[in-house]
Design a protein around this ligand. Structure first.
Ligand code: GLC
Length: 751
């Protein structure tokens, strides 16, 4: 008995130690935060809620107050909590030393930056990465980006952007995960896990940010920063889910959006930032404003002056002010005048200090300032391997008639045409602050690794002059002087590779377009070449869905290669020559024409979905309703067949769906099996289908796999107009297949 007692008591003792240690770790932070908060003056609390841009990269309009002399003074006076866009360990250390050594409490700064798709080694733009439907690869991409960025002194990224959007006119679709909330939520969480890792206090993990809260992707007419008006059904079932998933997966900050949402600027909206984010979802991190979004509350016509914006934003739950100078200039007075409760500042400062402590910045404010690590990890060779893998998996094969692809390695007389084929900058895409220009492997360089059996002709410039992150890109609309040489080359070639599309800075922030065709003179060039040699492989480089109906009709092979980052040319060459069998699937619908936009797969039926032989049904008189390429679409160099779809709904809490997939082609390939669900009759109209599951795997020729999915309440339910999640019994239809339009279907009743 004694022996047992000893064993039990020993075990209990160690358990208590563990729990105490563990709890003291957690307990330790809240009590340390409280102790520090109690020492802080009102001015120092306001200081923690103030973020300045560094003195290097500008990612927004620079206000006149933004002078560096004042900022240095404020650093010394403890009036700055965070800085963004500071370049390199040396400069991060310099600013950190000022704050830690000269300010009264020495509260360390957190250094933020938009690490969106890599830092020095760039991976494909996020929309392209999503096309891989490979969550592990996406997480690894973010992990490597965090390793590089943290080595350069950055402790916080303003990513992932989780804005759902159905509008390719909006330039920031390149930055997100497309049109679907289910896929968007999973991709956002993968990125958060990649950035934050398993231990936020480690020197190679960084805090992440779910942005932009909320509904920024629904800007009217796809025009940047434009008005947003969406109903509760769209808000709760499309816009919110990726943010809610981010909060449930411990995202450390949320950035609010520039737009008004249903009449209220998001930055000043307590429904969003307090009721939904902090109260209903229990968000414990802090809300960072977008660049200048607090002061823009006045431009929206919701506040009379900067001081009023500070009052509204603080009350609405914006915890930190990025570059509005609203909090630093007015928050102290607002508290003293009794217009803003100091308790609101305490809540904001607690959240900010907690993240800084979780990052380990109080134990070591210079944790991210290690020149050795900076030398070791920027452009790390290991990251090139992962970036190439990610790039290959992001490519989508849209068409491959006459089996033009893959090219035979002995293929002779290949013509390569298009300015983008020889471009080492554009494939890097937008949103790459702190990266270095011209570090992409071009298509020409990638092809050269397969021999020099090709000849290049530019055909036409895509842009005139230089392109950069903040200025309008000037498109070549007139210079066709290279056409003749390109056409002559095509005439004397067996196959033509045409690399056409958008410049990397034609999408991203501030880059809305009213047209979705090939910019400039590229369509003319494509048709001129086609006239003399129709054996064309069109290699698209673009940051958004394009409307390319002529190409879809006339060009035998089309590869969607987006902007694939540093390893662009190598990935494209690997796919062209079949060393990688393309496996990507579209994360966003490609329209036939811009007039169809917004067009998306998870639409509603409408009351007149089909023709009755007259015009009184939901359609256009001059365009089909169907997309050019649907959500989830992507071909392979092999073919997959689906059979034996079964559904077992005997347990309404776990509906079992199974299907058999067989590789009936001659090459090993990866397939993304997609499961879509329709709730046929519901108290809130449900889409004709919604993605509720997918699995990606490889099959060798003749290989077959019995794939199973389990549908739980999470997949079967939806948010009603009160924002309450409910599951309703009734008839459902499940579709399992290779994209959102093709698959096997079966109905079942949920009891
Ligand atoms: C920009 C963007 C936001 C970014 C911030 C800092 O205007 O809207 O996504 O994180 O400013 O660069």
């Amino acid at each position: 008995m004694i022996r047992n007692l000893t064993k039990t008591s020993l075990m209990l003792f160690f358990l208590s130690l563990l729990s105490t240690t563990h709890l003291s770790g957690q307990q330790d932070i809240p009590s340390r935060v409280e102790a520090l908060l109690n020492k802080m003056t009102l001015a120092e609390k306001v200081g923690q809620m103030n973020q300045y841009n560094g003195f290097w990269d500008v990612t927004g309009p620079v206000p006149k107050e933004g002078n560096s002399k004042m900022k240095y003074e404020h650093l010394k006076q403890g009036k700055v909590g965070a800085v963004l866009n500071v370049r390199g360990v040396e400069n991060v250390r310099k600013l950190q030393e000022i704050v830690v050594k000269e300010s009264r409490l020495g509260i360390p700064l957190i250094f933020g930056q938009d690490i969106i798709h890599g830092f020095k080694t760039l991976t494909p733009v996020p929309l392209a990465e999503t096309a891989s439907w490979d969550l592990e690869a996406i997480q690894r991409s973010a992990r490597n980006a965090a390793v590089q960025a943290s080595a350069a002194g950055i402790s916080w990224t303003f990513a992932p952007m989780v804005d759902i959007s159905r509008d390719a006119r909006w330039g920031r679709v390149m930055e997100g995960a497309g049109e679907d909330p289910y896929l968007g939520a999973l991709v956002g969480v993968a990125r958060i896990k990649g950035f934050q890792g398993d231990d936020l206090a480690a020197p190679n993990t960084i805090a992440s940010t779910a942005k932009h809260f909320a509904a920024y992707g629904f800007a009217e007419a796809g025009r940047e920063y434009n008005t947003v008006d969406v109903g509760t059904n769209t808000l709760h079932n499309i816009v919110f889910p990726p943010f809610k998933a981010a909060v449930e997966n411990n995202v450390k900050s949320v950035m609010n959006a520039f737009n008004i949402l249903n009449g209220v600027p998001a930055t000043g909206d307590a429904f969003l930032q307090r009721e939904m984010l902090k109260d209903r979802w229990g968000f414990k991190g802090f809300v960072i404003s977008d660049w200048g979004s607090i002061k823009e509350i006045a431009f929206h016509g919701h506040a009379k002056d900067l001081k009023h914006t500070a009052e509204l934003a603080a009350k609405a739950g914006s915890d930190m002010d990025m570059e509005s100078y609203a909090y630093i200039n007015h928050l102290e007075a607002l508290v003293k005048e009794g217009k803003v409760q100091e308790s609101l500042l305490d809540d904001a400062v607690r959240r900010i200090l907690t993240v800084k402590m979780e990052l380990g910045l109080f134990e070591d404010p210079y944790l991210y300032c290690n020149e050795e690590r900076e030398k070791r990890w920027l452009y790390a060779a290991e990251h090139d391997v992962a970036a190439l893998d990610m790039a290959k998996k992001s490519i989508v094969l849209l068409k491959n008639e006459k089996q033009l692809l893959p090219l035979a390695k002995t293929q002779q007389k290949i013509a390569v045409i298009g300015a983008l084929a020889n471009d080492k900058n554009s494939p890097l895409g937008s949103w790459r602050i702190g990266s270095d220009d011209n570090t992409a492997i071009s298509v020409i360089e990638g092809l050269t690794k397969y021999g020099k059996n090709f000849t290049y002709a530019k055909g036409a410039d895509l842009i005139t002059g230089k392109a950069n992150f903040i200025d309008e890109v000037k498109i070549n609309e007139t210079d066709r002087s290279g056409f003749a040489a390109a056409v002559e080359l095509a005439k004397n070639s067996s196959v033509v590779l045409m690399v056409l599309g958008e410049h990397g800075f034609q999408s991203g922030e501030g880059r809305s377009r009213t047209k979705l065709g090939l910019p400039g003179v590229q369509q003319e060039l494509l048709e001129a070449v086609h006239a003399v040699n129709p054996n064309i492989v069109l290699i698209l480089m673009n940051g958004r869905p394009l409307a390319i109906p002529w190409a879809a009709e006339n060009i035998p092979a089309i590869l969607e290669t987006w902007q694939l980052g540093t390893q662009s040319g190598n990935a494209i060459a690997n796919v062209l020559y079949g060393d990688y069998n393309p496996s990507g699937k579209l994360p966003m619908t490609f329209p036939r024409s811009v007039g169809q936009v917004p067009i998306y797969y998870n639409h509603y039926s409408t009351g007149r979905p089909v023709s009755e032989g007259n015009v009184f049904w939901s359609h256009y008189s001059d365009e089909a309703n169907t997309p050019l390429y649907p959500f989830g679409f992507g071909l392979s160099y092999t073919q997959f067949e689906y059979s034996d779809l079964s559904v077992d709904a005997s347990n309404p809490k776990a509906v079992k769906v199974m299907v058999t997939v067989t590789n009936v082609g001659s090459r090993t390939g990866e397939e993304v099996v997609q499961l879509y669900l329709q709730d046929k009759v519901a108290s809130v109209v449900r889409p004709v289908k919604e993605l509720k599951g997918f699995q990606k795997f490889s099959l060798s020729p003749k290989g077959t796999k019995r794939v199973s999915f389990t549908l739980t309440e999470k997949e079967l339910g939806f948010y009603n107009t009160k924002g309450k999640f409910i599951v309703e019994p009734g008839m459902f239809e499940v579709q399992v297949g290779t994209n959102s339009q093709e698959g096997l279907s079966k109905s079942f009743e949920l009891k």
